[in-house]
Design a protein around this ligand. Structure first.
Ligand SMILES: Nc1ncnc2c1ncn2[C@@H]1O[C@H](COP(=O)(O)OP(=O)(O)OP(=O)(O)O)[C@@H](O)[C@H]1O
Length: 294
């Protein structure tokens, strides 16, 4: 059964901006990653799911309910992290979280407290004085505190440091294991790769592709930059190692497409001083899977 259904959604802001004839669904218990570069239309789509925006044509449904006309009913069992979190500046984080708990009829505040502890959030200060990361943490607690069945997360880790990003990913994985339905938008392939079952790639308001994350992972090339003390050592490694894509000074770029054995064996034969993974950017992902200009 599909929990989230977007059917031929169109919102045209002019000059090619907006979303166009967008159709996809997220099954109950599935985590769906929504990837796309800046301005691709991720937030526009999510705002329609939240009932904040009226489609020009097409529709969005969550749990069989229409997102525009039945939004209050949907929101009872939905957690949402907006792309840009706006909170009441004059309240303390704790006042706001308690207010929201009351508003939602959450009598047990222990889940909120556990989330605050998990993200090391001290919510006692005024929101106005909080850093971007702290506000993001307040947003996370808001979205998860009532234990909703559906989670709509718009770039949820923006402003979080790597340790907290990791904790967030663990939280999403736990919620997925508990059967929650999750839509997560991101610029970062790694975040989606670690949490989601399928990924939809949005480009200029249109879905360029939907793929299983397993398939993307299986096809994925891994690129590494290997460093040496001297150019001579780098050149010797470049002549010996498999999958060398280029050498510049004391650094050699290697692409590993299959088993790692031959690459690690070559590393062991040379006096390597550094090894860095080159992360695939979204643009590279597009080029790799769909070809330039397609
Ligand atoms: N209310 C609006 N009026 C006019 N144009 C808009 C409006 N809302 C969004 N747009 C435009 O639609 C396009 C898609 O924006 P959207 O915020 O959905 O992108 P996004 O994929 O979420 O990008 P980002 O990764 O930067 O958050 C952008 O070009 C944006 O300027």
């Amino acid at each position: 059964m599909n929990t989230i259904e977007i059917d031929r959604l169109t919102k045209d802001y002019g000059r090619g901006r907006g979303v166009f004839d967008l159709t996809f669904s997220v099954a109950q218990g599935e985590a769906f990653g929504f990837l796309g570069p800046n301005g691709a239309g991720k937030t526009t789509t999510i705002r329609h799911l939240m009932g904040f925006s009226r489609p020009q044509s097409g529709s969005c449904r969550i749990g069989g309910l229409d997102c525009l006309t039945q939004s209050p009913k949907i929101q009872k069992d939905l957690g949402y992290i907006p792309g840009e979190i706006a909170l009441p500046d004059e309240m303390t984080g704790l006042e706001f979280l308690r207010f929201l708990a009351r508003y939602r009829g959450v009598s047990d505040f222990s889940r909120a407290e556990a989330l605050m502890a998990r993200f090391e959030l001290d919510p006692r200060g005024r929101i106005r004085r909080m850093s971007k990361g702290m506000k993001q943490k307040v947003g996370i607690v808001c979205a998860f505190m009532h234990d909703p069945a559906v989670l709509v997360l718009d770039e949820p880790t923006s402003g979080l440091d790597p340790l907290m990003q990791n904790r967030f990913i663990e939280l999403v994985l736990e919620e997925k294991a508990r059967g929650k339905t999750i839509l997560l938008s991101s610029h970062m392939f790694e975040e989606v790769e670690r949490t989601c079952d399928r990924v939809g790639i949005l480009r200029q308001g249109k879905l360029a592709a939907v793929e299983g994350v397993d398939r993307l992972k299986a096809d994925r090339r891994c690129t590494y930059v290997v460093s040496f003390e001297s150019e001579g050592e780098a050149a010797a490694f470049a002549a010996d190692a498999p999958g060398v894509k280029g050498a510049e000074g004391r650094r050699v770029t290697v692409e590993v497409a299959g088993p790692f054995g031959p690459f690690t064996a070559a590393l062991a034969r040379h006096p390597v001083t550094g090894l860095e993974e080159v992360r695939l950017t979204l643009e590279e992902l597009f080029l790799h899977y769909y070809g330039e200009g397609k």
